[in-house]
Design a protein around this ligand. Sequence first.
Ligand code: C5P
Length: 220
Amino acid sequence: ASPLVVAIDGPAGSGKSSVSRATATSLGFDYLDTGAAYRALAFACLARSIDTSSPDAVIAQLVDFDYEIGIDPADYFVSVGGEDVTDAIREPRVTAVVSAVARVPEVRAYLVALFRQIIAASAKSGIIVEGRDITTVVAPDAKLRILLTASEEARMGRRSAEISGESAETTAKQLASRDAADSRVVDFMNAADGVITVDSTDLDFDQTVAAVVDLVRVAE
Ligand code: C5P
């Protein structure tokens, strides 16, 4: 049987990734972090000194983009060309160029097709798929679609607590500019028709996971 698909979108710093992964663990579902794929491609471009502001140069990288992602939440990893890049794709130099890579339509079409294959291949009873355009483009027919939001203040606070050695102000500026750039490509700030908004501003991590788990139980 095909897995129950839970689509979760939201801005940077909304806690999407950690909430999605914990929800998948709690439910025995798979977990697909789509942002990691865009980051892996950005990483591959940097590794080959590709000019990421050139769409043609980025598109040329798709031919032999050898990327793998673990969808078991207990065995999460990302690799490019056989090299483990799970941590490397979170580096600021990758984050700085990922939006430029992600706004190329050919890149999006390529990865959306790949995500659909990964979802279809899941052997679990469900899969949580998390990103920016999951509720609207990747899996608009998902059984459950959620927009995970939090006030800008809460998002900045959480993200700057994660990042050490960088001022909270710099972090806030980078987050805001990445969200602004990404928003020009896909709208993840407003819930599309039929998408349920979960606002985590006043919820702690466990409460947010519990809220999502409850929604899945109702959808099942
Ligand atoms: O979620 P994360 O911050 O890891 O995503 C990294 C980048 O990947 C985003 O800033 C965005 O440019 C891109 N992205 C996207 N569509 C998705 C997921 C991520 O364009 N579904």
